[in-house]
Write a protein that binds this ligand. Structure first.
Ligand SMILES: *Cc1c(COP(=O)(O)O)cnc(C)c1O
Length: 402
């Protein structure tokens, strides 16, 4: 297939997730991208090596692959599609979401610099911020997820604002326009972990954020069967990150990339379902007598409902709530669910459930756990792709057991 001229500017997410921006010739004329299971790629003769190295030194690429740590063909195809969906110049795919988060921070942090993180962020990101960055002489502040709190925390040496939206588990939704305004005023770079939003529901780059990161393990892969992460942004800006990845090699394997590319083909369809299921189940829970409180950005009762509605297309399928009951009753509710598997993670075909206090924060002292809101009756569900009526019926029968 040739590089035909297309109407690609008008293409919507469902099309971009399948074709990327424009068509590319496909290897062996195969419709799906083959898994190239190799660690290295050979040259025909010494002159070809010499020519390749010389041109590479001049910044020209005459062939795409030389060694597996620098990438593989299926990875490249996924990156092309992910960049198209996000509206980015470039995507760099990693072996996990956390390697994308940590390596992106490491590629842009500065000695004696200062990084602002918004609170209520992913557990491992929080741990990296509080227990690792000091080893590199980097100062850290963790602040409320508001533009005002971020501006108040800015110091002369601040060079990165790292945000996450919506947050986990309370689904706080950050006012990105205001945060970007503050960052630009102070000349600080912005990064967002947008895993829970996905590029279907939120476009941080269009709002001026510099780098967007996703755990592709979640909605992008979508089937609870792979680990991957991705960072997206302007081509030039990502050069440092690309160098970092080539050195460290947190490169996804060809099979994970194949599964991710396959998952992307139904990305838009799945997100439509997740958005509908999330809203319907959140509304059912909020009206239920055995529920004390529900957090879901699509509910009017959520503190960030107005911001979420203004900047997002939908709110996906993670819902956090307090059941009316003690630890034992909360466990009885969870154990009575037939469709929900007890495990962390989100964004796949199977619905998942966790009691936050035990699953993600069991090793924190009880006082601290409660101080950060991880009380015993706090439950998080991540809806899968099952029938919405079946999910609602299952939740109702389990709530009746409290
Ligand atoms: C899961 C997750 C991560 C980590 O991703 P992995 O692929 O598990 O490494 C980071 N951020 C958020 C918001 C996540 O949900």
């Amino acid at each position: 297939m040739s590089n035909k001229k297309t109407t690609q500017k008008d293409w919507r997410p469902a099309t971009l997730a399948i074709h990327g921006r424009g068509r590319k010739p496909k290897a062996h004329h195969a419709v799906s991208t083959p898994i190239v299971q190799t660690s290295n790629y050979y040259f025909d003769n010494c002159a070809e090596v010499w020519n390749f190295m010389k041109l590479k030194g001049e910044g020209k690429v005459v062939r795409e692959h030389e060694y597996g740590r620098y990438g593989n063909p299926t990875q490249q195809e996924c990156e092309r599609k992910l960049a198209a969906i996000e509206g980015a110049d470039r995507a760099i795919l990693f072996s996990t979401g956390m390697s994308a988060v940590i390596l992106t921070i490491m590629a842009y942090m500065k000695p004696e610099g200062h990084i602002i993180f918004t609170s209520d962020c992913y557990r491992q990101t929080r741990d990296f911020a509080t227990n690792m960055l000091d080893k590199f002489g980097v100062e850290v502040s963790i602040v409320d997820p508001t533009a005002q709190a971020i501006e108040d925390a800015i110091r002369t040496n601040t060079n990165i604002i790292f945000t996450e939206s919506p947050t986990n588990p309370y689904l706080r939704t950050l006012d990105l326009t205001s945060i970007v305004k503050v960052a630009k005023k102070h000349g600080v770079m912005t990064m967002i972990d947008s895993t829970l939003a996905t590029p279907y529901n939120l476009k941080p780059l269009e709002m001026g954020v510099d780098i967007v990161i996703h755990s592709a393990t979640k909605y992008l892969g979508g089937h609870n069967d792979l680990l991957a992460g991705v960072a997206l942004g302007r081509h030039e800006l990502l050069n440092d990150l690309n160098r970092m990845q080539r050195m460290i090699g947190a490169t996804p394997g060809p099979l994970s990339c194949f599964l991710l590319e396959r998952g992307l083909k139904t990305f838009a369809l799945r997100m439509e379902h997740h958005n509908r299921a999330g809203q319907a189940v959140a509304e059912m829970l909020e009206a239920h007598p055995k529920i004390e409180k529900v957090w879901y950005p699509g509910l009017k009762s959520h503190p960030d409902h107005a911001i979420a509605t203004a900047q997002m297309k939908g709110f996906a399928s993670v819902i956090t709530f307090l059941v009316k009951g003690n630890d034992a009753e909360t466990r009885r509710f969870i154990d009575s669910l037939e469709l929900f598997l007890i495990t962390p993670s989100l964004g796949g075909s199977e619905s998942l459930v966790t009691q936050m206090a035990t699953m993600s924060f069991f090793d924190y002292p009880e006082d601290y756990r409660h101080a950060i809101g991880m009380v015993d009756n706090l439950v998080r569900i991540a809806l899968g792709l099952e029938d919405i009526e079946d999910l609602i019926a299952d939740l109702k029968q389990a709530l009746d057991r409290i």
